[in-house]
Design a protein around this ligand. Structure first.
Ligand SMILES: [Fe+2]
Ligand SMILES: [Fe+2]
Length: 363
């Protein structure tokens, strides 16, 4: 794409007076005339142009120089779409083939046997017409490229906006869950931090870890449907109350699973499976081992760990080391052993996270 300061046409010629060539174009078209060889390469080092018209001399060597120049110009990204028109003498089919292979857009051949290769010796109107067409072609390519770049930027911006909206929805839902379950406090933030640590320990990509961490903050969103009398009951739950409480996994899933948002569907999967156990004794489906989706297995470790170190109306928060021992004991029973190992491999990060956002440990 040319800038306002760039010439529309660069004429490369060995002739001292290329007047015939320059007169082919309207006076309004800015033209720069440069000598063949290094001077031409230097002149086009940073400049773009719509058309580079290269007039080769009549000798075979001069034609080879012109072909080398075309190849050199085509290596430059800013000239990738510039039209290059070669005016040359030589055996017509062979010269045309080699010129096009070198990267010329079009070739105008002087009649065989021509020794004085000048624009005046050629069909001037044909050359002028081709030149104008090639300028129009280069400008059209430039316009299409600009449009494509603008569209790509628009698509990128729209995708980023939509992703940000998705994340915003999730943060709002997390707030809703926190308001509903006042025990939550920083629980969801700590769970997300522990999920990140486990994902990192498992070698998942940063993007995967971030997605699972964000989606994990909705693991208990289904508790919105659990009665206050059960959710905030200070003592142990009766069997029917426990069954009602267990419904939160399925309810959370139902709230989210049919969303077009990939993150909300991930959150649905976590809501459904975060109470499954590695040994198959969990709920609601009694899935076992790797039947449980990995995000659910990761969240189970993070969620139980934080529940253990946090105070509940019926228990004080456990010291970190005691909770750690519990995870170790339950590795392969309640929890995926790989997730526990990943969690322990990032133990220092977990301790730092809890120190930054401490759980309320008093009963
Ligand atoms: Fe839960
Ligand atoms: Fe939780």
């Amino acid at each position: 794409m040319t800038n306002a300061a760039d010439p529309a046409v660069v004429v490369v010629t060995a002739r001292p007076d290329p007047g015939g060539l320059t007169r082919l174009f309207a006076a309004s078209v800015p033209i720069l005339v440069v000598e063949q060889g290094d001077a031409a390469l230097a002149a086009l080092a940073e400049r773009a142009a719509d058309l580079v018209l290269i007039e080769a001399g009549p000798t075979p060597d001069s034609c080879l120089d012109a072909l080398a120049l075309i190849r050199g110009l085509r290596l430059r990204p800013h000239l990738a779409h510039t039209s290059i028109l070669l005016v040359a003498a030589g055996e017509p089919a062979e010269t045309r083939r080699r010129a096009l292979e070198a990267g010329a857009t079009d070739v105008v051949l002087a009649p065989p046997g021509t020794t004085d290769l000048t624009a005046e010796g050629l069909d001037a109107s044909d050359l002028a017409l081709r030149g104008r067409n090639l300028i129009a072609l280069a400008r059209a390519k430039g316009a299409v490229e600009t449009q494509a770049r603008t569209l790509a930027r628009e698509v990128e911006r729209a995708a980023a906006e939509s992703q940000e909206r998705e994340r915003e929805i999730i943060r709002r839902l997390m707030l809703a869950a926190e308001f509903r379950d006042d025990q939550a406090g920083d629980h969801l933030t700590r769970v997300a931090g522990c999920v990140l640590a486990i994902a990192d320990g498992l070698g998942l990509s940063e993007e995967e870890g971030n997605d699972i961490a964000l989606a994990s903050t909705m693991h208990d969103i289904g508790k919105i449907g659990v009665a206050d009398s059960i959710l905030h009951k200070p003592g142990p739950l009766t069997e029917p109350e426990r069954c009602e409480m267990m419904q939160h996994a399925l309810r959370g899933y139902r709230m989210l699973h049919d969303s077009p948002s990939r993150l909300l569907r991930l959150a649905a999967e976590i809501a459904l499976t975060h109470h499954e156990r590695w040994d198959g004794a969990g709920y609601p489906q009694g899935l076992k081992g790797t039947e449980i989706p990995l995000p659910g297995r990761i969240t189970a470790v993070a969620d139980v760990f934080d529940a253990l170190i946090s105070a509940r109306v019926y228990k004080p928060g456990w010291p970190l080391e005691r909770a750690r021992r519990f995870l170790e004991e339950q590795s392969g029973a309640h929890f995926d052993p790989d997730c526990v190992a990943a969690f322990l491999s990032r133990w220092d990060d977990v301790v730092a996270l809890i120190e930054e956002r401490p759980a309320d440990r008093a009963a």
